[in-house]
Design a protein around this ligand. Structure first.
Ligand SMILES: C[S@@+](CC[C@H](N)C(=O)[O-])C[C@H]1O[C@@H](n2cnc3c(N)ncnc32)[C@H](O)[C@@H]1O
Length: 331
């Protein structure tokens, strides 16, 4: 096992691949390649083909050894997983047998101070999973006070979001906020930590990370793309790490797992049959041993479903929360 493998532990990896149920000769999308933990297990099944996607170039570059040893069965693509249908089309694939997503940041990203995800490690206020687009420092410098308050409230579920936004705006008039430590100090003056509670900056950092990477829109779009790309019998497996993500997956499966409401006048024609059969009535969570070995797995939830032969359901509108391009445009 290389240093890279041993540093990274795939959360719920065994369970995720068991639900994916790869079969010989099948084609699978590992939409969050990371350190390749899931891909490696899928490639262990004879003649499978895997398209691994990650928006982080360092994850893709780190997977080249696995590509070299895969006999042409692993293809890695640097892209957002919301583009998974286009990524597959570029590989000549119209449909696939399974899609697995392990959403959120990797421990490798969290542990690299220079990526700016952690207030415990000093670093630039970056937080981008990929190498393009505005950084968290850009958002903190540019967003209006009311946008900052909404971002911190919606994506961080921070009760003191208005106070934090006000403090950020006051501080940035004095000096640009460019480091994780500077932001953590500003938040800590507004949000008081009680003993045994999480660090006061945790929720603000989560909010900025989700916002900068457009994580919830990405998930919405990737789920819709999966419904389009899976062939009947193909499986979708999603591992998520916090309640905002899990709610999106749960709602998507609940809606696709029942007949879509049709017209009262044309019930037989307009009713769409369920496009997924749900395989996990309750989310699967990590067992005690996994949590002891890897505390990050404590909040992981796995949900899985199997595509039926029913047509696509009508696409859902994206929720109306602040969007990165609008905030950076000042709109
Ligand atoms: C939790 S790690 C995945 C770990 C992987 N299952 C393994 O076993 O190594 C999540 C990975 O997904 C990537 N990622 C997160 N959101 C993404 C998105 N919207 N598009 C593409 N990659 C994304 C991150 O860059 C990170 O490398």
């Amino acid at each position: 096992m290389s240093a890279r493998d041993s540093r990274h532990i795939s959360v719920l990896g065994r369970e995720a691949v068991a639900f994916l149920a790869p079969h010989a000769g099948g084609v699978y999308v590992d939409a969050t390649f990371g350190a390749g933990g899931y891909s490696r297990v899928i490639l262990g099944v004879a003649e499978t083909r895997v398209i691994g996607i990650d928006r982080d170039r360092t994850a893709i570059l780190g997977g080249f050894d696995l590509v070299d040893g895969s006999d042409g069965r692993l293809t890695l693509v640097e892209d957002r997983f919301s583009n998974l249908a286009e990524v597959c089309a570029a590989q000549g694939l119209e449909a696939v047998d399974g899609i697995v997503m392990d959403v959120g940041v990797s421990s490798m990203q969290l542990d690299q101070a220079e990526r700016g995800f952690s207030f415990r490690l000093g670093g630039p206020l970056d937080m981008r999973m990929g190498q393009s687009g505005p950084t968290a420092a850009d958002v903190v410098a540019k967003a209006s006070e009311s946008d900052l308050a909404s971002i911190i409230y919606i994506f961080g579920e921070e009760r003191h979001s208005r106070g934090v936004a006000r403090a950020i705006v006051a501080a940035r008039k004095e000096a640009a906020i460019t480091t994780t430590q500077a932001l953590a100090d500003i938040v800590a003056k507004v949000v008081r930590a009680k003993p045994n509670e999480i660090h006061p900056a945790t929720r603000t950092f989560q909010a900025l990370r989700i916002f900068v990477n457009e994580e919830l829109d990405e998930l919405h779009q990737a789920l819709a793309a999966s419904e389009r790309m899976l062939r009947p019998g193909g499986r979708l497996v999603v591992v998520s790490f916090h309640s905002l993500e899990d709610r999106i997956v749960k709602t998507f499966f609940a809606e696709r797992g029942k007949a879509a409401a049709g017209s009262r006048h044309l019930p037989e024609v307009a009713q769409a049959a369920p496009s997924f059969q749900i395989l996990t009535r309750r989310p699967v969570t990590a067992g005690e041993a996994e949590v002891a070995a890897n505390p990050r797995s404590r909040s992981a939830k796995l949900r899985a479903a199997e595509r039926t032969a029913a047509p696509l359901h009508k696409a859902d509108a994206l929720p109306s929360w602040p969007r990165l391009a609008d905030v950076m445009r000042g709109g």
